[in-house]
Design a protein around this ligand. Structure first.
Ligand code: ATP
Length: 572
């Protein structure tokens, strides 16, 4: 029998949720178009994310370009390190992700962090074969493949650019201005919802792994020594956690707990991550993820980016597999420090002290009339090195000579020529490089999950029925409006009603074609929570039939109360 995935992909295409793009030209793997229902669902989910993660938290949303110049990705590390492991079949020339091959065919769970040479050995050891043609892959080289799509900015090739592989860099790179807008008050958060591009080696599972997808990211900038979040707002949220300890143990188990307990017993070490896991749990449930098929999994040490001190993924169960929906990482000062290092901008925040403090400050004022002739073109470098050393290590100036390294060579300068001195200075604050807490959501995978978890089959009046039990907040169509028949004024009355409901802000699908039962089935498959039928009684007494999708129960409601009734039903 067909899997839910097969049935869902078929329904998604037939009913306008999503389908492979450019089918007229044979299509190209990894690109999907969201049809009318899908685009509306996506919009509703993005609005719900925006409401929860930007508006309600008091964070600011921005909209950065999707193409950015090379230096951005040199600084971020993507140019050098945003790679997946590729193995090409010598027989059929299909490319595959080596780590996925291993995960799919052995009991190794996270092969991404295994060194490339060992991956080659594992392929040989387990006699792995090409999933496309069955040829043996042992002996084939495994290579690093950079996932960024490159382009040229303007004519010629002197200004390479890349399609962003994540929305985050568009935020980090503008930190100096964004920080000013936030009046340099930590913590502050900046969000962005937009397209990201990755030249995935093997796109698969429809919209779960594509080459162009949508992310919703929050970059929260915090003072590493400042106050944490208000955990009382999420402490009672129930979560299912799968921490490292449980993963390593044979037969490890999901821990059912609350955010508060998990913080108290140390399972959640970072208060900020704990806070956002709590917010995310409630939000995912709100948009229709089934809590029984959802968990947070902690990254294994080797799986984590080297700069991230803690990282958890939100995962949903789909057809027996756990799929990553979002990542929550404590990224330290990595991102801002990298951009500070690679650019001339200041990526710090000046933190005012409560009261000014007096500190001793060691400085040098090198005698350039000595340094110049003695060190020629290197004089300024020597002066800079002396200044750095004075700040870092005063004891180096206790002898008669002080040594610094310039261009790999050790040079010595008489201390008296440096005019070294220690003075008392009053400081009103200090420059701090904020740390970054990053909840990073994938929208497409979430849409798929919401559809999968809403997918249901039952029997109505002896007939099999398929419906999507979508939550009314995200359902692309809120109400279907039907005349019993398009006759004797019924059609007109129903069209007027549809127009009124649209004006009241509801998303309406008017349908007068075919038998009423079939029209219900169509709305059920789209996931429309309510259908309203205009019949002869409507013309007499101004009432209509409202039918609820999941229970198929019908009630008679005066047209005048309809928009209130629907809103009340919608809010549950
Ligand atoms: P994976 O390990 O599945 O490739 P990732 O760990 O590289 O994902 P992140 O870089 O953490 O993913 O990206 C954040 C989110 O963006 C993911 O949780 C996922 O929802 C989404 N995402 C990443 N790559 C893709 C893709 N190719 N197609 C659709 N969504 C994606």
């Amino acid at each position: 029998s067909e899997s839910t995935a097969e049935k869902l992909v078929e329904l998604a295409k037939r009913r306008g949720y999503f389908f492979p793009s450019a089918g007229a030209y044979g299509g190209v793997a990894g690109f999907y178009t969201f049809g009318p229902q899908g685009a509306a669902l996506k919009q509703n989910v993005e609005d719900a994310w925006r409401e929860r993660f930007a508006v309600r938290e008091g964070h600011q949303e921005i909209d950065a370009p999707t193409v950015m110049p090379e230096p951005v990705f040199e600084a971020s590390g993507h140019l050098d390190g945003f790679d997946d492991m590729l193995v090409e079949c010598a027989e059929c020339a299909e490319s595959h992700r080596a780590d996925h091959l291993i995960e799919d065919n052995t009991d190794i769970e996270e092969a991404e962090s295994v060194p490339i040479e060992e991956v080659e050995d594992l392929i040989a050891e387990h006699d792995l074969v090409c999933p496309s043609c069955g040829a043996e892959l042992a002996g084939e080289p495994v290579e690093d493949f950079n996932l960024m799509f490159g382009t040229n900015i303007g004519p010629g090739s002197s200004s390479p650019g890349y399609l962003r592989p994540e929305t985050a860099q568009g935020i980090f790179v503008e930190f100096p201005l964004l920080s000013e807008y936030a009046r340099n008050q930590l913590p502050f958060g900046v969000t962005q919802i937009g397209k990201a591009y990755r030249n995935e080696i093997s796109p698969r599972k429809s919209v779960i792994r594509t080459r162009e997808f949508t992310q919703a990211e929050l970059e929260l900038f915090v003072d590493p020594e400042g106050e944490g979040p208000d955990l009382s707002r999420v402490e009672d949220v129930e979560v299912r956690l799968y921490p490292i300890g449980e993963q390593e143990d044979e037969g490890g188990e999901l821990i059912e707990t609350t955010i508060g307990e998990a913080v108290d017993d140390g399972t959640l070490a970072s208060p900020w991550i704990a806070y956002y896991l709590g917010v995310a749990q409630e939000w995912y449930e709100r948009v229709g993820v089934d809590a029984d098929r959802f968990r947070f999994r902690q990254h294994l040490a080797g799986e984590r980016a080297h700069y991230a001190s803690d990282c958890w993924d939100a995962e949903a169960e789909l057809d027996g597999d756990w799929i990553e929906l979002a990542g929550f990482a404590y990224r330290g000062d990595y991102d801002l420090s990298k951009h500070a290092e690679h650019s001339d901008e200041d990526f710090t925040v000046f933190q005012q002290y409560d009261e000014p403090v007096t500190v001793e400050r060691a400085t040098v004022d090198p005698d350039m009339s000595y340094l110049g002739p003695e060190f020629g073109g290197q004089a300024q470098d020597v002066a800079d090195a002396l200044a750095d050393l004075a700040e870092a290590d005063r004891s180096a100036f206790e002898d008669e000579e002080v040594s610094v390294r310039v261009d790999g060579e050790e040079v010595s300068v008489p201390v008296e020529k440096t005019n070294f001195s220690v003075d008392e200075v009053t400081e009103s604050g200090e420059h701090v490089t904020p740390h970054v807490v990053e909840p990073s959501f994938g929208v497409d995978r979430l849409l798929y999950t919401v559809l999968d978890h809403a997918y249901a089959e039952d029997e109505v009046g002896g007939e099999e029925r398929t419906y999507l039990a979508l939550d009314a907040e995200v359902a692309p169509t809120t109400v279907g409006v039907f005349p019993l028949m398009d006759k004797e004024g019924l059609g007109e009355r129903a069209r007027d009603l549809a127009a009124d409901l649209r004006a009241a802000g509801l998303s309406v699908n008017y349908d007068d074609s075919g038998a009423i039962g079939r029209r219900y089935r169509r709305q059920d498959e789209i996931g429309t929570p309510f259908c309203v039928t205009v019949d002869y009684e409507t013309l007499e007494d101004g009432t209509v039939t409202v039918r609820e999708r999941d229970s198929t129960e019908q009630l008679r409601v005066p047209v005048d109360d309809l928009d209130e009734t629907l809103t009340a039903l919608q809010d549950g």
